[in-house]
Design a binder for this molecule. Structure first.
Ligand SMILES: [Zn+2]
Length: 271
């Protein structure tokens, strides 16, 4: 990963990812990510000495700047969590902003060496933290995670997860789980489905991936067919899991999520 330090001028148009206390500055209006030249934007003294260029969207750099106080009036909008812009901006811009959040998370959680305990320093030739005492080097963490839509005839298995249990708004979605060390993605699909729902699956097909920066997952989406077994729910993870007919679906996760994309793909094939 390149750690580009470009020289920002007052007239350089850019996207601005201004993060304070785990939240980002968003503009009111249709386009929530601040865009423009520094001399047009009502930013107070932005400290650009520590800025990081996260990447480019639409030909312009996205510049990460950290502020200490999310209550400061920036005269432009307000601070919101990253989920606020999900579905409000194009996917590539969301992924870029998510990368910025992941980098902040990485820098904040790698201030000291995990090997010898000394302070770590950011190196300037790539995005990494290095301990100059023992040489240990760390890169932003990415945690692989499978997510799978399971088909049985004209039905789909959907579950209400413990974390989606707002009364009256019970979202039903696909099964998902983190890949364990030494495991292939296909083994992970089989294990997670068996652990959470007690069934075996077959015909596991990879569909698509989605970076999911909450805080550093990479969701890898699959579709699989039911093979055998009775639904047996892991109540630590799930409140409920059922086979749903496509003409009678419950409340689904929002568009823009890979879970929704997988559900729609299975639905299209079954109709
Ligand atoms: Zn060390």
């Amino acid at each position: 990963m390149q750690n580009e330090q470009i020289h920002l001028t007052q007239q350089q148009p850019a996207w601005w990812l201004i993060i304070a206390e785990g939240q980002m500055l968003v503009c009111h209006g249709a386009q929530p990510v601040p865009f423009g030249c520094l001399d047009e934007l009502p930013f107070p003294e932005l400290d650009l000495t520590e800025h990081i260029v996260i990447g480019e969207f639409d030909g312009y750099p996205l510049v990460l700047v950290r502020m200490s106080d999310a209550n400061q009036d920036m005269g432009l909008g307000e601070y919101k969590g990253l989920r606020y812009i999900l579905g409000k901006v194009p996917d590539p811009l969301f992924n870029l902003v998510g990368r910025g959040f992941q980098i902040v998370n990485f820098l904040d959680t790698h201030r000291f060496c995990g090997q010898c305990g000394q302070p770590m320093q950011r190196i300037d030739w790539e995005l990494a933290m290095k301990c100059f005492q023992c040489g240990h080097r760390c890169y932003p963490r990415v945690s692989p995670c499978i997510i799978v839509a399971i088909r049985k005839g004209k039905q789909i298995l959907l579950a209400n997860h413990v974390r989606h249990n707002k009364p009256g708004q019970e979202i039903y979605t696909t099964l998902a789980g983190f890949t364990e060390a030494g495991e292939t993605l296909e083994q992970c699909v089989e294990r997670e489905v068996y652990e959470e729902a007690g069934i075996k699956v077959k015909n596991i097909r990879y569909i698509k991936s989605q970076p999911w920066p909450f805080p550093h997952s990479l969701m890898m989406g699959f579709i699989a067919d039911y093979a055998e077994g009775e639904l047996t729910i892991d109540t630590n993870e799930l409140n409920d899991a059922r086979w749903f007919n496509f003409d009678d679906l419950p409340l689904l996760p929002p568009h823009g999520t890979i879970a929704r994309l997988l559900i729609e793909k299975v639905r299209q094939r079954c109709l």
